[in-house]
Design a protein around this ligand. Structure first.
Ligand code: PLP
Length: 244
């Protein structure tokens, strides 16, 4: 994997020049070129639900084309708040505690840029989803990598604890983990939550599929995600940080 030549141009910022090509996208192009089976990228092999298609078509027909409010359409945020109450039993205020982003990619970088100051440390489990490296570069965070080891892709609690210090701003917890597929146990989540509390660090939760926590074992993580979201929103609104 090499950095594309164009990123070395004088018109590209130093930060952007540190990025490597997306492994997933490059593998997809290679697979297409060679007619190979592409194991790098997921492809939905089912149609979108009919209801969603109907509503989308109606929105186009109805000329719904103005900008949405910056933090997401109100009825959508209200629906998310209702689901959060039903699914997790948590009350979240759709006006002050929810922001809709364009995918988790935008959510993660927005969270990092809004909370991490240059030189502050962010703990990242390794192997990690490829976006976290550019996220760290863009937000000037110093990543502290902690290995997940086969066969169960768990972490060594001592190693994780050693990665936290007074300069730790956050830990990124991808659960289920991409690329290993590991789902963190309740005990592991509680250990992580304990460190976050002890070091006043945020949990940047990147959760591709919330259904993986069939017994709601991840609710500790959710609490920290909401805490992060609250801080972000409060800061974005020009307020002081608050702990909640
Ligand atoms: C762990 C993880 N985070 C984020 C993303 C990107 O998500 P989105 O398309 O919502 O930006 C992916 C996509 O595969 C992912 O696996």
């Amino acid at each position: 994997m090499t950095t594309p030549a164009s990123s070395k141009s004088r018109h590209v910022s130093h930060k952007a020049s540190l990025f490597t090509e997306s492994v997933i996208r490059e593998m997809t192009r290679e697979a297409l070129k060679h007619g190979a089976v592409n194991l790098s990228q997921g492809f939905p092999d089912f149609a979108a639900p009919g209801d969603i298609k109907q509503v989308a078509m109606k929105a186009i027909a109805d000329d719904i084309k103005q900008y949405a409010i910056t933090w997401g359409a109100r009825d959508f945020r209200e629906a998310i708040a209702r689901k959060t109450k039903w699914y997790l039993g948590l009350d979240v205020d759709p006006e002050t505690e929810l922001t809709v982003t364009c995918g988790s990619t935008e959510g993660m970088i927005a969270a990092m840029m809004a909370t991490v100051d240059p030189g502050e440390e962010v703990v990242v489990f390794e192997p990690f989803y490829e976006n976290y490296a550019p996220d760290a570069i863009l937000s000037d965070a110093k990543p502290r990598y902690v290995p997940l080891r086969a066969p169960d892709w768990s972490f060594d609690p001592d190693e994780l604890r050693a990665a936290f210090n007074a300069n730790t701003k956050a830990i990124i917890v991808c659960n289920p983990n991409n690329p290993t597929g590991k789902v963190f146990t309740r005990a592991e989540m509680e250990f992580i939550a304990g460190l976050c509390q002890e070091f006043d660090a945020l949990d940047g939760a990147d959760r591709g599929d919330a259904r993986a926590d069939s017994d709601r074992q991840l609710d500790v993580q959710d609490v920290f995600s909401y805490r992060l979201a609250r801080r972000l929103l409060h800061r974005a609104a020009g307020g002081n940080q608050r702990d909640s």
